[in-house]
Ligand binder design. Structure first.
Ligand code: MN
Length: 289
């Protein structure tokens, strides 16, 4: 049986993250607070294709800021995002690459376009997804996984392919290590085709259209449309009339309290206060907190 679509969102508002990311926020949604309804996902920002003109001695982006208690997953379709943090030296996330950063007990990082991207001008197209960590994993040492073009496994058919970023599709395991069950698929169609797959019925399941148009469980969707499925049934059927891309995000809910403030996501207000104390004490500047 096919899953039911319980919410469809069209891209409406934009806001800037620093001066480098022009995003629409789908989770938790404008004027909404992070909550359990989308668990384990906390936040989803989509930077639809956006052309940045050549910059003179300036790199658009967002400066140093902290994170604690969850993971930031940055999926780049077009562009080059250079990342620096207080635990490692940094890395460039290029087109079709993913950075899976586990903030754990805390770190500071920045995210800027590369010098080359900035000086030549380019199209920025990316997703940032925040994945919550189970309580027992929130306070270990930060870590990141650089998922490059070559190490994201693909399930390939004649007219479509699935890039398995996390989870497992049939017998193909995804590239990322996760701390709760998560399925993250970047699905790409080249021509008229149809792909049917299943996600367990008790999972939170969301799909974002990241290029052109598809029909999912009888509903026509365009780039920037986002759907949420109910936690009933398993089937998802995607048809495309040509080129299209979608991002499937699914995960088993954690069912744990969420307490958050800005870049910190913990389980209690006391832990949020502690995060500010630790930040001021400089504890997020070191690898071994
Ligand atoms: Mn960040």
């Amino acid at each position: 049986m096919q899953k039911n679509i319980i919410k469809l969102e069209h891209p409406r508002n934009y806001h800037m993250v620093g001066d480098g990311f022009r995003v629409t926020n789908y989770v938790p949604g404008y004027h909404s607070d992070m909550n359990e309804s989308t668990s384990p996902f906390l936040m989803l920002d989509y930077n639809a294709p956006w052309h940045i003109p050549p910059q003179l001695n300036h790199r658009p982006g967002v400066g140093f800021h902290p994170h604690r208690g969850f993971e930031t997953v940055t999926i780049v379709y077009s562009g080059e995002i250079e990342h620096q943090d207080t635990a490692w030296n940094g890395w460039v996330i290029g087109a079709d690459e993913v950075q899976w950063m586990t903030a754990w007990s805390g770190l500071l990082h920045n995210e800027f376009m590369t010098k080359k991207f900035s000086s030549e001008g380019w199209t920025q197209h990316a997703v940032q997804l925040w994945v919550n960590l189970p309580q027992k994993y929130k306070m270990t040492n930060p870590e990141y996984q650089a998922l490059t073009r070559d190490n994201i496994p693909e399930v390939e058919f004649e007219w479509w392919k699935v890039r398995v970023i996390a989870g497992k599709l049939w017998d193909i395991s995804g590239a990322a290590r996760t701390f709760s069950p998560i399925e993250l698929y970047d699905i790409r169609f080249d021509s008229v085709s149809r792909f049917d797959f299943a996600i367990p019925e008790d999972y939170t399941t969301m799909v974002l259209v990241t290029e052109w148009s598809v029909v999912i469980n009888e509903k026509s969707l365009w780039n920037g449309d986002m759907i949420h499925f109910s936690k009933t049934w398993e089937g998802i059927s995607v048809s495309s009339a040509g080129n299209a891309k979608i991002l499937v995000m699914a995960g088993k809910p954690l069912w744990e309290n969420i307490s958050h403030y800005g870049p910190f996501v913990m389980n209690t207000p006391q832990e949020i206060e502690q995060a500010f104390v630790d930040l001021r004490a400089g504890m997020m500047w070191k690898l071994d907190n």
